[in-house]
Write a protein that binds this ligand. Structure first.
Ligand code: FE2
Length: 430
């Protein structure tokens, strides 16, 4: 037996340690301790967490890295962000959208991201951003999976031509049907948009991923319609509700009926912790609501939950670094998921659960899976969330596509020279 590449002594996210991973022809060929075989290249990763890549299930690549164009968001609110994006849209050029998207993809890969689902605004009759991101999807394919969602940012019915633009975008090869029911003129229009968009997805055999109820209004219940349509049209397993922030503010009795219906329908939830915690609750005095959807309750009911980054340096959010561990870190805090199992679930929400929701094939660390792996300067998922550590090596189909030296600090204190990492093994000092 011989491999192209052999990683020795890995810690895996499921808790196994000292595992060797053999890779051949871009696929994982063996995952077991103490493999005795030759390899073209052998790398010692003893004590390091080796994970499948991070998966960002919700992003806006047509807007990323546009911070300051044409001006900054003064209030930091969602509505000023949408207005600002409206000012920027007519000034976008194909070349600039492609260049910013590619620059972001470089950052994402360096941070160990292997796939991104990006919404793309189709409310511009030119479909300029659609064409640009279709080009980007093709360009990055060797190192990053990019899924595109046809997103009617200004409302399917509120914005002229949105429906025909959305259909044109799907005809051009956009992968997923999007929506924004809470932004339509009335609740009724919102519900009607959900029904129409789900029918389009059913007719075309496509997944659905809608911005749904991204509001503090507890009576924004489009998730109910989305769940019912998922059931009616048999779309379970390929529908996601993104944000779902109104669920934070809903009446508990109503939610006790809603969550089991969501679980039964096969719908998935995609909260965006960094954005939800900064955008929601803006009209509150004190106490201020957090605004993130009910993550532990959804997970407990069996609804798949993945966390998205949503924005990096754009009209809605000036921060962000393409780091899904920063996203998971915020989720752990906002949802108060600091228990051991809860933190493991949050790690899964930026890795395997997210991959499942996006329908990625060959994802995972098992024989036959794609050899897509990230080696982290941390021992386990909990430490990864704690430290948001250096991504030492990123492999795509067995090829090393990004490498960053380990972060170490040289200390000289009281004449005791030492070199330290921030990693720490619990219980190692008694
Ligand atoms: Fe979004």
């Amino acid at each position: 037996m011989s491999f192209d590449l052999l990683l020795r002594g890995a810690n895996l996210p499921d808790g196994r340690t000292g595992i060797d991973i053999g890779i051949s022809d871009g696929r994982i060929a063996a995952v077991e301790p103490g493999i005795e075989a030759e390899a073209g290249r052998e790398i010692d990763v003893t004590g390091r967490l080796v994970s499948s890549p991070f998966i960002d299930p919700h992003f806006h690549m047509d807007a990323t890295l546009s911070l300051g164009l044409p001006r900054l968001n003064r209030s930091g609110t969602l509505l000023e962000g949408i207005a600002l994006w409206g000012e920027l849209k007519p000034r976008l050029t194909h070349e600039a959208v492609v260049a910013r998207a590619l620059a972001y993809c470089d950052m994402a890969v360096a941070q160990g991201i292997g796939a991104i689902r990006s919404h793309v605004d189709i409310c511009d009759d030119r479909l300029l951003a659609v064409d640009a991101l279709l080009e980007v999807r093709q360009k990055v394919a060797p190192y990053l999976d990019l899924q595109l969602v046809a997103f009617p940012q200004d409302g399917l019915y509120r914005s002229p031509n949105a429906e025909s633009n959305l259909l044109r975008a799907l005809d051009k090869g956009v992968d997923v049907v999007g929506g924004i029911p809470h932004f339509e003129r009335t609740m009724e229009d919102g519900a009607r948009s959900v029904r129409r968009l789900c029918e389009i997805a059913a007719e075309r055999g496509l997944p659905v991923d809608m911005h749904c109820d991204e509001t503090d209004d507890p009576l924004s219940r489009h998730v109910e319609t989305l769940t019912a349509e998922t059931q009616r049209l048999g779309l379970g397993g390929r529908v996601a509700g993104s944000h779902l922030t109104s669920m934070h503010s809903m009446d508990n009795y109503y939610v006790s009926k809603l969550i089991p219906l969501m679980a039964e329908s096969g719908i998935a939830a995609i909260p965006n912790p960094l954005i939800n915690i900064t955008i929601q609750g803006r009209h509150d005095s004190y106490p201020k609501r957090r605004g993130m959807t009910r993550v532990p309750e959804l997970m407990a009911a069996g609804v798949p939950v993945a966390f998205g980054h949503d924005c990096v340096m754009d009209p809605w959010y000036s921060l962000g670094s393409g780091d899904m561990l920063e996203v998971a870190h915020m989720a752990v805090h906002v949802a108060q998921m600091t228990g051991i199992d809860a933190m493991r679930s949050c790690f899964a929400s930026v890795t395997e659960t997210s991959a499942r929701i996006l329908g990625l094939d060959g994802y995972g660390i098992a024989p036959g899976c794609h050899a897509d792996l990230v080696v982290l300067q941390a021992a386990d998922p909990m430490e990864a969330i704690r430290l948001k550590p250096t991504r030492l090596m990123v492999f795509r189909r067995g090829r090393l596509v990004a490498e960053t030296p380990a972060k170490r600090t040289r200390l000289d204190l009281d004449g005791r020279p030492a070199e330290v990492e921030l990693t720490f093994t619990p219980g190692s000092i008694q």
